[in-house]
Design a protein around this ligand. Structure first.
Ligand code: S3P
Length: 427
């Protein structure tokens, strides 16, 4: 078995990269993005805005690879043009939901859809609040899913008590709010990631937020910005976990976004006894950033629940992996949102952890893992879910023989180069 040693810089944050393209397109002037994540989801966002007439320069690295520098030539809040074809969002829930808020405010009709997974994911959560604002948005098959058809209408501000803590829903409503008459307020049951609030304010929008509530006042134009996208903690999570569970490991993950609405995994791992040190804490483009020093640690079980869940929702599959290597019981609850991600992650984590010999019981809103059962390498069914692929690749690192994934390539959604980067640390 090899340990992880050395330094790694993970690619840019997916949520921040999407927003840099979207807000840059709606801003007046040029937005220069560095550290952009050239993952398939963010490329879907670029493609959609290009379809609406926005010039977006990307760095061509050859072999079909795109670099991390992007320049967006924004045309202002009213500068988008009618796409000649259906907007295609690929596998990206973030693109689909947030864009539907922007499209609701346009003076042209549009149709929006994505891949087979997107056509199954719930869109009612944006259709409902946007309709309350006066949007003419409907599910073409009347099943609450994409394809969505959005026709021009007059929007008005609302106060919306969101039943889910979802940054995609919150962002869709706030962006529609830029086109509405009057103020729009969103209240959430727990605070979801706040990148929209931070970045939209930096672009010049009038926003105020307190606790779980945010209000946008329309009327201010957006202005192009220089944005440095920090590393994605959701990608760092695989290295963090790999080092914690693989004896002899000692690594530094550089330039990681530790925005408190995202960094729940650090709290959970510390509660499990992890040796994680935050170095060089700083602020980059309004976001908290640090380098993470992590060493192999003796982990014990914990309970993950409540308001912390939105701050680690995408990391729960890999937290389940850590829990399987920990001593004692780990309980994850209040996480029924796992069922509506790229796969039903309660089911896909359960199936794959059991295949490895792990002891896990699914529940209606999470799972219970009895750590310490002997694990073995096996065949993994990814269900084309990038986070399941990367979590279960990570899970086999301490075993000295890799799990065989049915679709390793789905990692390109959020982390092209993942396997190469992980292997680069193994010594
Ligand atoms: C995201 C929000 C989260 C997260 C997703 C990215 C975003 O989804 O799971 O990967 O960028 O706003 P929800 O809004 O559905 O919680």
């Amino acid at each position: 078995m090899k340990a992880l040693k050395g330094k790694i810089k993970v690619p840019g944050d997916k949520s921040i990269s999407h927003r840099a393209i979207m807000f840059g397109s709606l801003a007046e002037g040029t937005t220069e993005v560095t550290g952009f994540l050239p993952g398939a989801d963010c490329l879907s966002t670029i493609a959609c805005f290009r379809q609406m007439g926005i010039e977006i320069e990307t760095e061509d690295l050859g072999d079909g690879k795109i670099g991390d520098q992007v320049v967006v030539h924004g045309k202002g809040l009213h500068g988008l043009s009618k796409p000649s074809e259906t907007l295609y969002t690929g596998n990206s829930g973030t693109t689909t939901r947030i864009i539907s808020g922007i499209l609701s405010g346009q003076s042209f009709e549009s149709r929006l859809t994505g891949d087979a997974s997107i056509e199954k994911r719930p869109m009612k959560r944006v259709i409902e609040p946007l309709s309350l604002m006066g949007a003419d948005i409907s599910s073409e098959k009347n099943n609450g899913c994409a394809p969505l058809v959005i026709r021009p209408s007059k929007l008005h501000g609302i106060t919306y008590d969101s039943p889910v803590a979802s940054a995609q829903v919150k962002s869709a409503i706030l962006l529609a709010g830029l086109y509405a008459k009057g103020e729009t307020t969103v209240r959430e049951p727990a605070l979801s990631r706040n990148h929209t609030e931070l970045m939209l304010s930096a672009f010049g929008a009038k926003l105020s937020s307190e606790n779980n509530e945010v209000t946008v006042t329309p009327g201010s134009p957006l202005h192009g910005q220089k944005i440095r996208v920090p590393g994605d903690i959701s990608s760092a999570a695989y290295f963090l976990t790999a080092a914690l569970i693989t004896p002899g490991s000692d690594i530094v993950i550089e330039n990681v976004n530790i925005n408190p609405t995202r960094a729940g995994i650090l709290e959970v791992y510390k509660a499990m006894g992890a040796d994680i040190e935050l170095l060089n804490e700083r602020t980059v483009s309004g976001e908290a950033v640090a380098d993470l020093h992590v060493e192999y640690s003796f982990l014990h079980g914990t309970t993950v629940e409540g308001a912390l869940i939105p701050a680690l929702i995408d990391e729960l599959p890999v937290i389940a992996v850590a829990a399987a290597y920990a001593d004692g019981k780990t309980v994850v609850k209040d996480a029924s949102e796992l069922k509506v991600k790229e796969s039903n992650r309660i089911d896909t984590v359960t199936e794959n952890l059991r295949a490895m010999g792990g002891h896990i019981e699914p529940t209606d809103d999470g799972f219970v893992i009895e750590g310490g059962a002997p694990l073995h390498p096996t065949d993994i069914k990814t269900y084309d879910d990038h986070r399941i692929a990367m979590s279960f690749y990570t899970a086999s690192l301490p075993l000295g023989e890799a799990n065989i994934l049915d679709n390793p390539n789905c990692a390109v959604i959020s982390y092209p180069g993942f396997y190469r980067d992980m292997e680069g640390l193994l010594q």
